[in-house]
Design a binder for this molecule. Structure first.
Ligand code: ADP
Ligand code: MN
Ligand code: MN
Ligand code: MN
Length: 389
């Protein structure tokens, strides 16, 4: 008979580990199949935002030929009752292709297709914020609005604990981790590297990456992107990150405050400019835009996370390089303000400004639309014009 102690350990192991995880399967064995010729066909993975406004879903179909433009892609559908998107009785939802990317997982000629979701009556689904955003972007096309978004995120183990943190405690306090190097400072760089290269392959406008202040927290930047392209490219970059993490057996969280207490939260700073702001003397236009933003703080807070400000309330405390959620503030090189004018922009008197309020889990379509409505369309008050009737 085995001593009691060994039995106890075996029991504990059996009951704390999942039966199996797809991340533990051999990627080398899978590779053999991925190298098989595909006989002129193309796999197109259709991707959409689900009913939570944060989650992404995907499914694949075979195409007979490589699609060159969005018009070459058929509409498709899915069961909305399984994605928090419709009642069971009327559950067919339409998938309308909107942007094509190269597929870095299955590689050429396969594609990733970002889609909009329409309801049975062909009206946009509740969490399809792209359609309205595109309409607003059309109105200001001649001002060439550019955006750049800084996506912060946290890598978690399958158990929901930050990746690389001691299982029953905390790492050393913040300080050495931001832009850090070394196994005791950079937690999970493999994921960051794989994601960066996958985005470049896909054709996502990713422009940089860095380790963040909290260990296991990272950032990538997308931009500058003009108009609706900002939302399209950020959503695709998020999808690719989820998919890379799946391969590594870890999970990405966009929660704005994954660990409470003395740990930085995660935001999605949004940098914005128009053609005029980028030209000589553009600082004047930047200051005018900030003046308009100062009169519409609550409207922006509602648009900057999927819960109308509740998520961001945990993050925008006025500490950890954030502003207070209840107050609007702006300043040159001020990382504790709602809006920051980068020092170089203050010096050159042209360029762009940064809105530091959006939460890491924001919908970029909602954020960019709100900036256009307030700064360029001159809307005032707490509700957009069309929503008033
Ligand atoms: P930070 O100093 O706030 O950490 P980052 O280097 O992380 O800044 O990100 C800067 C972002 O600003 C990038 O996404 C970049 O694409 C964007 N950006 C740069 N120039 C412009 C511009 N003229 N208009 C809008 N966005 C811009
Ligand atoms: Mn940054
Ligand atoms: Mn950052
Ligand atoms: Mn920033």
């Amino acid at each position: 008979m085995l001593p009691v102690k060994v039995w106890t350990i075996r029991f504990l192991i059996a009951h704390t580990m999942a039966t199996s995880s797809s991340a533990d399967l051999s990627k080398a064995v899978k590779q053999q199949y991925m190298e098989l010729p595909q006989g002129g066909t193309v796999q197109a993975m259709y991707i959409w935002i689900d009913g939570t406004g944060e989650g992404l879903r995907c499914k694949t179909r075979t195409l007979d030929a490589e699609p060159k433009t969005i018009e070459d892609l058929p509409e498709w559908n899915f069961d909305g009752s399984s994605t928090y998107q419709s009642e069971g009785s009327n559950s067919d939802m339409y998938l309308i292709p909107k942007a094509i990317f190269r597929d870095p997982f299955r590689k050429d000629p396969n594609k990733l297709i970002l889609c909009e979701v329409l309801k049975y009556n062909r009206k946009p689904a509740e969490t399809n914020l792209r359609q309205m955003c595109a309409k607003i972007m059309d109105k200001v096309e001649n001002q060439h609005p550019w955006f750049g978004m800084e996506q912060e995120y946290t890598i978690l183990g399958i158990d929901g604990h930050p990746f690389g943190w001691p299982s029953n405690g905390f790492p050393g306090p913040q300080g050495p981790y931001y832009c850090g190097v070394g196994a005791d400072k950079a937690y999970g760089r493999d994921i960051v590297e794989a994601h960066y290269r996958a985005c470049l392959y896909a054709g996502v406008d990713i422009c940089g990456t860095n380790a963040e202040v909290m260990p296991a927290q990272w950032e990538f930047q997308v931009g500058p992107c003009e108009g609706i392209r900002m939302g399209d490219h950020l959503w695709m970059a998020r999808f690719i990150l989820h998919r890379v993490c799946e391969d590594f057996g870890v999970v990405v969280s966009f929660d704005p405050k994954p660990i409470s207490g003395n740990w930085n939260g995660a935001g999605c700073h949004t940098n914005f400019s128009t053609k005029e702001m980028r030209e000589e003397g553009g600082l004047k236009q930047i200051e005018e835009a900030i003046e308009k933003l100062s009169k519409r703080h609550q409207y922006h807070i509602r648009a900057y996370d999927p819960k109308g400000g509740l998520d961001n309330a945990r993050r925008l405390t006025g500490r950890h390089e954030t502003s207070n959620i209840n107050e609007f503030s702006a300043g040159v090189a001020n990382r504790g303000a709602s809006i920051r004018i980068p020092r170089s922009v203050g010096q050159e008197k042209r360029g762009y400004f940064e809105d530091r309020r959006p939460s890491a889990n924001c919908d970029p379509y909602a954020v960019t639309e709100a900036l256009i409505r307030t700064c360029l369309l001159g809307e005032i008050g707490e509700e957009p014009e069309e929503y008033k009737q």
